[in-house]
Design a protein around this ligand. Structure first.
Ligand code: NAD
Ligand code: UD1
Length: 339
């Protein structure tokens, strides 16, 4: 059972490779290392005892992508993580985002068709819902106009996939992630943002370890219980496990339609201040933070209705917010002690 994991040395990809290998899948990773390090392969081997096959190239390269698939036509499926994901950067460099995220997807779809590989799992995002009118948000909620080119690449990607399925043998599952945080319990893999982190939890752990002076909390005047914005944080290992379930669903022909969408969230919304309190508790130290004004483009509150995923996939996120923060903190300390 050979699976291609694009972006497999990245944050979510590496955790998914571990879960796949632990469940007996053979994994081939393609990554151009634009936002990850090759040493992740060693860490995956340390955790699982198996070294995934790794090829370094850019999936925007049509010839290389087709050549790869012609050499691996025995693939049972593809999990496509490879993409750029920094929302702010996508506003500055929209064409870089459209090219990287859309051309790579189109190349993969063409290569899958020509090499007769059937099953695709695609990394989508809750960003497609914008600020939903109804909470919790289910997969049936309308797609809102994207706030950023990054968000738009996820919406367009879902459309490209759906259109392609209409005229081919392909099947696809789009997984809409809410806010993945945390790290593997081994603390051998985790999130490694380049430069100053944009996301909340890496900023918290880097502040706690002394790399950043102070966390800015973006806004305390939202219409939420404590005034700070609310998100559905999900442990990256729970998220990774859902990918294994999705791949099996496709291979075992359990899909109800040739395109399916699932929310990957816990169903619980936590405010920024609740995340900070949980971190302070598990780390046993106070965090230096201050309230500043809202960040442009942020939605007020969003959390998932995961009932369709829970019922159809038989998957449910297990880990608590404290466990997420504890694992993120363990990873930050382990990584900094060696770098
Ligand atoms: P990441 O940056 O850690 O991993 C992405 C990997 O893809 C990196 O290793 C990068 O080097 C690689 N890559 C990028 N473009 C490539 C290309 N053209 N060819 C080959 N490799 C390429 O990001 P992540 O957090 O693991 O996210 C994985 C996927 O999940 C992305 O599609 C992202 O948009 C999506 N997603 C992430 C989040 C999140 O909060 N992390 C939320 C929703 C959706
Ligand atoms: C963002 C993206 C989302 C993307 C996800 C993964 C936006 C609007 N959304 O989600 O599309 O899929 O990242 O890359 O950018 N916060 C602070 N201080 C900080 C950092 C964050 O208060 O230093 C707050 C934010 O205002 C937000 C919450 O923490 O309320 C979570 O922020 P973040 O981790 O950046 O994720 P999202 O913005 O939800």
């Amino acid at each position: 059972m050979k699976i291609l994991v694009t972006g497999g040395t990245g944050y979510i990809g590496s955790h998914t490779v571990v879960e796949l290998q632990q469940q007996g899948f053979e994994v081939v990773i393609v990554d151009n290392l634009s936002n990850s390090q090759v040493s992740v392969i060693d860490s995956i081997e340390k955790i699982t005892g198996k070294r995934p096959h790794f090829e370094e190239f850019d999936l925007v390269d049509y010839v290389k992508t087709l050549d790869f698939f012609s050499r691996h036509s025995d693939l049972k499926g593809v999990i496509h993580f490879a993409a750029f994901k920094a929302v702010g950067e996508s506003v500055e460099k929209p064409l870089v985002y459209y090219r990287n995220n859309l051309v790579s997807l189109m190349n993969i779809l063409e290569a899958m068709i020509s090499s007769k590989v059937e099953n695709l799992v695609f990394s989508s995002s809750c960003t497609v819902y914008g600020q939903p009118d109804v909470l919790p948000v289910s997969e049936k909620a309308p797609i809102k106009k994207a706030e950023s080119p990054y968000g738009n690449t996820k919406q367009i990607s879902e459309e490209i996939i759906q259109d392609t399925l209409k005229s081919s043998h392909l099947k696809a599952i789009a997984l809409r992630y809410f806010n993945p945080i945390g790290a593997h319990e081994s603390a051998l893999i985790g999130e490694l943002p380049l430069g100053v982190p944009n996301n909340l939890v890496p900023f918290i752990t880097q502040t706690a370890i002394g790399l950043r002076k102070q966390l800015s909390v973006f806004g305390d005047d939202y219409n939420t219980p404590d005034g700070t914005a609310v998100r559905d944080y999900i442990h990256v290992v729970d998220l990774a496990q859902a990918h294994v379930v999705a791949v099996k669903r496709m291979i075992e022909a359990k899909m109800k339609h040739n395109f399916e969408i699932f929310n990957l969230g816990t169903g619980n919304g936590y405010s920024v201040l609740e995340v900070i309190k949980s971190f302070e508790k598990v780390a046993g130290m106070p965090l230096n933070y201050q309230i500043v004004s809202r960040r442009a483009g942020d939605v007020e509150q969003v959390w998932a209705d995961p009932s369709w995923s829970n019922n159809e996939l038989g998957w449910k996120a297990q880990k608590s917010l404290d466990e997420m923060n504890a694992s993120a903190w363990k990873w930050e300390k382990a990584y900094r002690s060696q770098h």
